[in-house]
Write a protein that binds this ligand. Sequence first.
Ligand SMILES: CSCCC(=O)C(=O)COP(=O)(O)O
Ligand SMILES: [Mg+2]
Length: 248
Amino acid sequence: MAASAAVKVVLLDIEGTICPISFVKDVLFPYALNVLPETLETQWDDPKFAKYRDAFPPEHASSKEALASHVRDLMAKDVKIAYLKSLQGYLWEEGYASGDLKAPLFPDVPAKLSEWHAKGLKIMIYSSGSVPAQKLLFKHTDAEPSDFTPLISDWFDTVTAGLKTETGSYEKIAGNHPEIPVGEWLFLSDNVKEVDAAISAGMQSIVVQRPGNAELPSEVRSRLPIIETFDALDDDLGIREQSAGPKA
Ligand SMILES: CSCCC(=O)C(=O)COP(=O)(O)O
Ligand SMILES: [Mg+2]
């Protein structure tokens, strides 16, 4: 296999890659649902809330009850639609500000972010969570110091880049930084369809299999590189010799 180009950008997924899926499903989602009724009661006509409300299809934004019911339904199904993701980010703001919400990073993540940044690599984020929600999460982590936003060069979500399972989204992201050839990007994600899309766009990409993630089908193990921790990456951001799977 031909050697991969040196990596200049590490593009990171969030849920299931840098923090557990359970933080999103069992902490962030319930928090949003918990503060939703009071937010609807007290802020329905407040311009700072109305912009999130009005982004929903009119039939779901016609009343507080209709909106609450639709939001509950979408979250139960984990629908990653932009207007829900924007509202979630807004509902989490106070939780992060008060300290009730802190993002638990996998243990290898804080040191790797600092190491990559110190080496001059660019770190960028691409998540289905809205860019404001991404920034909240990286600003309020359980690490010490907790704020990683100064290490992040750029942020992408489904509004700015498109769906994460589509090749064109990765082409668009790389096109935002034309000074860096697409082959020098490394995308790390727990989602195989996202990894396939990034590879189709010409990026290097590795599946990240973390505790709490769904088991990977065996066909994935035979065709894609997989790591369980960022510590499995060598200085060139290929996979260290002892780790299983083909090199990225
Ligand atoms: C950054 S907001 C919290 C995570 C979230 O809502 C989400 O949908 C994460 O999806 P990802 O694309 O990071 O797997
Ligand atoms: Mg993910």
